[in-house]
Ligand binder design. Sequence first.
Ligand code: ZN
Length: 242
Amino acid sequence: MRYAVISDIHSNLEALRAVLMDSSSFKVDNFICAGDIVGYAASPKECIAAVRSVCPKILIAGNHDYGVIELLDLEYFNERSRNAVLWTKGVLSQDDLDYLKTFVLLREEAKFTIVHGSLDNPGKFHYIFGRGDAYETVELMKTPVCFVGHSHVAEIFHFRENKMTRSTGPKIKIEYEDKYVINAGSIGQPRDGDPRASYAVYDDEEGTVEIRRVEYDIKAAQRKIMDAGLPLWLASRLAEGR
Ligand code: ZN
């Protein structure tokens, strides 16, 4: 099976569309979504509809998804993010909210696991920011690969013979006796200095993961954010990839 691994879309429809277009050249069989379809940008409804249309069977919740359906306390968020959650909640339909309510925190498949934050207490949405954090998840992994999101940084942690290395790919070969914590990066709000949308293509038979960066119409996404009356910083950061 070949999968497109998508994460942290954050209501950015322009970025999501560009990624779906790019992934179509890889003939993917299915999608893996590592959470946070909504929050921050101006098109939460459209992003939910687009994700539903590619129908990832393997889908988990991010903190923003759970924030809007009140499965995560708003205390978790800083003030700016909380406002984004509340705005998003106000524009979604009951059907959208019901869809988000079907999301679980963790999925374990035969060859891979997905969680939004980290494997130690998925409901707390801890960040994996470095090799130490990645190791805490490696210790809990029952599969060779764990896909995560949340930090909006595309990176791959590789654990082999008691040693953890970090890379940004872009393409790796999976050794199934090793362990990999893979962040496909953020589609809708990258924070690793590269403003292009980020996702990954995972082929479980070939045993490869490739992180892809895709140009999209950033100005159009910014315009929608401003037209919706959302804070300016949500628009400006898209051009910086921060
Ligand atoms: Zn996120």
